[in-house]
Design a binder for this molecule. Structure first.
Ligand SMILES: Cc1ncc(COP(=O)(O)O)c(C=O)c1O
Length: 371
């Protein structure tokens, strides 16, 4: 893979997306899903770009997953009509928006506790609606989610009896895989993710509770958890772009990273230090995902192992050089970020690159939709 994707002058900093690598990442995941008879519902929080969501659907995805209602609204406005909002919906304002969204899209949401469920149920019941819901399970991330076993059974039973709620099954996200030391631990977590979910679904069915959907997925774990017999749906997100975190985990190679930041050297105040025109407002400060810190520095300068992005101010990146470098003020370098999701969220648009030229500019239409 060349050091430079773009062979003509470009204003910087610019977020680049390599069209062919993106297409291949999308295709490969769709083939995986098809091979194991899984519904693919990619999480679009990674890119927030309707054009990419459409590519995912064209490759065979059944719909999309979003984190926030606002992201779902943007996707629906762009004609994407099958959406899982994998986030608890709390408060009258949001319930009203959910009700509106249901008029233009098939929407499902998640609950992991009685309080949320009662609010959804009451709202729906008063208006003669039915909200489609998955129960969220905690497979080890310790974020949202009910614990497997009797806790899950008790809550699911309770939810199944609430009017206004149509329970469709269970879902989980094994984001704790991002804290793994390497691929062996990732595999262990992935197997647990799938097994926990399938065993819980079995427990529910033995209690005569229907749970048709068993939905799992994170980019690191999905190719293992998706193969556990009984899993029905996968929801990877980051796989479209990949990043240094996936490389660190042994899940992707550099050639599978579809997003880079093109940035210019704007100052060389010392022999061993230069400054680039991208800082924390371009790269974010992540050194992993879900608060993990497995990656050192703030991105890989492609083709320049002598360079380390050691620190970030908001608009400056501070690069330390070990030994000699040919790089000079004015040069453009391309950087693979630690975590591609926040990079896409921090830019208004991405430059799509194909065969050395920028072939399109896509708006990050759902960026900033945090409510
Ligand atoms: C609920 C849920 N599902 C799926 C995903 C996608 O995970 P990844 O980006 O690792 O593919 C996420 C990511 O945070 C998530 O929170």
């Amino acid at each position: 893979m060349p050091n430079h994707w773009v062979h003509h002058p470009i204003d910087t900093p610019a977020v680049l997306v390599h069209q062919e690598i993106l297409q291949k990442n999308i295709h490969d995941m769709a083939v995986f899903a098809k091979t194991y008879h899984l519904a693919l519902r990619p999480h679009i929080k990674t890119h927030k770009i309707p054009e990419i969501a459409r590519m995912q659907l064209a490759a065979g995805a059944v719909g999309v997953t979003t984190a926030k209602l606002g992201e779902a609204e943007v996707m629906a406005a762009h004609g994407i009509t099958d959406i899982l909002i994998a986030y608890p919906i709390i408060g009258k304002e949001k319930l009203k928006r959910l009700e509106e969204l249901r008029k233009i899209a098939k929407v499902m949401t998640v609950v992991d506790g009685r309080e949320q469920a009662l609010e959804l149920s009451q709202y729906a019941n008063e208006r003669n609606l039915q909200f489609e819901v998955l129960m969220e399970m905690d497979s080890g991330l310790r974020r949202c989610g009910v614990l497997p076993g009797q806790d899950a059974l008790a809550l699911y039973r309770e939810l199944a009896e609430l009017p206004g709620i149509r329970l469709q099954g269970i879902m989980t996200h094994a984001g704790h895989a991002y804290g793994a030391t390497g691929i062996d631990q990732v595999r262990e977590i992935a197997l647990q993710e799938g097994t926990i979910m399938v065993e819980t679904a079995q427990l529910l069915r033995e209690a005569d509770l229907a749970a048709p959907e068993v939905s799992v997925g994170s980019t690191p774990t999905v190719r293992i958890s998706g193969q556990v017999e009984g899993v029905t749906e996968i929801r990877p997100g980051n796989y479209v772009f990949n990043d240094l975190t996936q490389i660190r985990l042994g899940v992707a190679t550099q050639d599978q990273c579809a997003l880079r930041v093109a940035t210019r050297i704007v100052s060389k105040p010392a022999e061993d230090r230069f400054i680039i025109d991208a800082g924390a407002k371009t790269f974010a400060l992540d050194q992993g995902a879900h608060g993990t810190t497995g990656v050192s520095g703030y991105g890989r300068v492609v083709g320049h192992p002598e360079c380390t992005i050691a620190r970030l101010s908001e608009e400056h990146g501070i690069v330390i050089v070990q030994g000699a470098t040919k790089l000079q003020v004015g040069d453009i370098i391309e950087i693979i970020p630690n975590h591609s999701c926040p990079v896409a969220n921090l830019t208004n648009e991405v430059h799509v690159v194909s065969r050395g030229v920028v072939s399109a500019v896509w708006k990050v239409a759902a960026r900033g939709k945090t409510s």
